[in-house]
Design a protein around this ligand. Structure first.
Ligand code: TYD
Length: 208
């Protein structure tokens, strides 16, 4: 991010794509190399963010789509201002699970809100903050589902809708990566964790 001395890396991908495993491997490798690392996530990477995370992920009942988008943006605004920018200013490497691409992919996939609007909202919230690198762990949603849940009962209507939703999330992520090839590193999440980690390290090395 312009004006800071650290390195900001975000991880994106569907549920079950292996972001946490890769974040752990990258953190260990960077720590061995003597870099100070801050691990964080959205939603919920700050104290205020924890409260917002509780609302967006655990509230029973509907949240209006615009309210939901604003809650993620509010979490992001506070997180970038109070956690990410200070860490980058200290020269840390920030490894972050999910950022604005999650909002575009997930809130956009609900088909109520426009992807460009959601992105603009997040950029307003964070005064234009964009990561140095975004690793997209791309995985076919059917494979992701199989990872999350080993049993193979036929899909009911709700599950089929969910599968369609996750297909839209994936397509949206891939379109975002196409639009910003310099920021994104797209990796096949079906590869082995160590192969993926090698590819991430190669790219991060070139940025350190
Ligand atoms: P989380 O517990 O972080 O799970 P995961 O392991 O999938 O990252 O849950 C985050 C959920 O929030 C995930 O389903 C995606 C969703 N999300 C959005 O819809 N919009 C956003 O802007 C963010 C950051 C997350």
């Amino acid at each position: 991010m312009t004006g800071s001395t650290g390195l900001w890396i975000t991880l994106e991908g569907g549920d079950g794509s292996g972001k946490t495993t890769q974040a752990n491997l990258l953190e260990a490798w960077l720590a061995d190399a003597g870099r100070r690392v801050l691990r964080t996530r959205e939603p919920g990477g700050s104290d205020v963010g924890q409260l917002i995370r509780d609302i967006v992920l655990h509230h029973r009942g509907d949240i209006a789509p615009r309210a939901e988008a604003l809650l993620y943006a509010a979490d992001r605004a506070h997180h970038v201002a109070t956690v990410v920018r200070p860490a980058l200013g200290r020269g840390d490497v920030v490894i972050q699970d999910r950022y604005l691409d999650s909002s575009v992919a997930y809130q956009g996939a609900g088909r109520v809100l426009d992807a460009a609007e959601i992105r603009e909202l997040s950029l307003w919230a964070t005064e234009g903050a964009l990561p140095d690198l975004t690793v997209l762990l791309d995985l076919d949603p059917t494979a992701a589902r199989a990872r999350l849940d080993a049993d193979d009962k036929p899909f009911d209507r709700l599950e089929a809708e969910k599968a369609e939703f996750h297909t839209r999330v994936r397509e949206s992520y891939l379109a975002l990566a196409d639009a910003e090839p310099e920021r994104f590193l797209v990796l096949d999440a079906a590869a082995s964790p160590s192969e993926i980690a090698d590819a991430v390290r190669a790219r991060v090395s070139s940025l350190l």
